[in-house]
Design a protein around this ligand. Structure first.
Ligand SMILES: [Zn+2]
Length: 455
């Protein structure tokens, strides 16, 4: 075979070089020049490497080059409840916030993603509107056992279920018997079950006092509901050899259960969310239902333990659980107001603000908000700045601050629990497969692709 000059071969296709004194790679943050060819990272070279002839160079100075964020928990609600959010607005908010990949939850849209046909309906709606790469979770509800395999074959990343009422009647919860059956079916084809883990019996038994007081709402969603549900999920997963992922963990009490299960070899992973990690029950004003979500935001001592769970690796990822609604549904009564927090565009600065205060680095943030969720979903082209991955980046000015003005958010409804907060970390630009898709909060036209699970 003739000798091949590898450097020249790689350089041949390079059209773009991004240079920064702070590039966040899986091996740490360092000065580097990232060469991009055909939308893929071709190489990560020393900072002073001469660019190949013809390549455009973007010198980012000291701004940080992060891997594009992967948000695996977004309720886009489109079609059907697109007044709440939609693929156009959600993916623009994502792009402005440094997110380059999102996965849509199977409920709150009409239809819900519970059959392969419904998936195709959703894909058709999303196709022309996606500003970032977009994929779909399927749903497991009573009666759709036969639809799970076809949904898996059609490319969903896994299946979401509830154990307690979801908030919408077209997406009912699974009881323990249906749960075991769905988990066995999904394990049979190597799929992933992702679970809203609150036990319905503990919720029923909790004190229920409607009204504007946050303390009453918090008492109605006790930690025990989460702890019990997680314990039973781990039991099922262990018995069936199934993979299970716990969504939006709020109760830190469950961390030892999860860590213990992992030590026994149970395939259980867990996420938490920006609101659980940056907001506390103590500071929520009565009537402020923009802070309502289920499970709820708990006390600051609980939050400290969640951060410990991130630090010791028990919590795998941080994702938004962006679940918006129209403003009229955020009535001042915590019992009846829609539960869901809008944060798609703000997750990175919100988490970074708290992470830096607690002594964490942007390497940690990239692990929790990009590599972790990419690994959960099996997105092996996403989640890291390294050769062979998609050239997806978020460029961050980590020491700059801004005050959250809801009017500047691209979310369809400008309701957010973060209004008026001063956050660290300004997203300068976002890049998707080597293309700049957002600059200073302004978003370019839709360039996202629809993603399917890798086989
Ligand atoms: Zn959710």
């Amino acid at each position: 075979m003739p000798d091949v000059d590898d450097t020249a071969a790689v350089n041949a296709g390079v059209t773009l070089v991004l240079r920064s004194t702070r590039v966040v790679t899986p091996q740490g943050t360092r000065p580097a020049a990232v060469a991009v060819a055909g939308g893929t990272i071709a190489s990560v070279d020393p900072h002073d490497t001469a660019p190949p002839p013809g390549a455009r160079v973007e010198d980012l100075g000291d701004d940080v080059l992060l891997p594009g964020l992967v948000d695996t928990h977004v309720h886009v609600n489109d079609p059907g409840r697109s007044a709440w959010e939609g693929f156009w607005t959600a993916t623009r908010a994502a792009a402005a916030g440094g997110i380059t990949t999102l996965l849509d939850m199977p409920l709150n849209s009409l239809p819900p993603t519970t059959t392969a046909d419904h998936l195709r309906t959703k894909q058709a709606v999303a196709r022309s509107k996606a500003h970032v790469d977009t994929g779909f979770w399927g749903g497991a509800i009573p009666g759709n056992l036969k639809d799970l395999r076809p949904l898996h074959d059609a490319g969903v990343f896994g299946f979401k279920c509830f154990l307690s009422p979801s908030g919408v009647e077209e997406f009912p919860a699974l009881d323990q018997e249906h749960l075991a059956r769905a988990m066995a079916e999904i394990a049979g084809f190597g799929g992933l079950l992702i679970v809203h883990a609150e036990d319905p019996h503990h919720l029923d038994a909790a004190p229920r006092r409607p009204g504007p007081r946050y303390a009453d709402f918090l008492a109605s969603r006790p930690r025990d509901a989460e702890n019990t549900a997680i314990e039973s999920l781990i039991g099922h997963a262990e018995r069936l050899g199934a993979r299970v992922h716990i969504l939006h963990l709020s109760s830190s009490d469950a961390l030892p259960l999860i860590a213990g299960a992992r030590r026994r070899g149970v395939a259980v992973t867990v996420e938490s969310c920006p609101h659980f990690l940056t907001l506390t029950a103590e500071e929520i004003p009565d009537g402020a239902t923009e802070f309502k979500c289920c499970p709820p935001i708990r006390e600051s001592a609980n939050q400290d333990l969640l951060w410990q769970g991130l630090a010791d690796g028990t919590i795998d990822c941080i994702v938004s659980d962006h679940s918006p609604c129209t403003t009229d549904l955020k009535t001042p009564d915590f019992a009846s107001a829609w539960g869901g927090i809008s944060s798609l565009q703000l997750g990175l600065p919100a988490v970074w603000t708290e992470a830096r205060r607690r002594g964490h680095t942007l390497d940690d943030v990239a692990r929790w908000m990009s590599a972790g969720p990419a690994a959960l979903a099996g997105l092996d082209r996403k989640g890291a700045v390294e050769a062979g991955r998609d050239a997806d980046f978020a460029v961050l000015a980590p020491d700059e601050t801004f005050t959250v003005d809801p009017a500047r958010l691209h979310h369809r409804n400008q309701v957010t629990a973060y209004a008026g907060r001063t956050l660290h970390g300004v997203v300068r630009s976002t890049w998707l497969r080597g293309r700049r898709i957002a600059t200073g909060g302004e978003v370019a036209g839709p360039a996202g692709r629809l993603l399917e699970r890798n086989n």
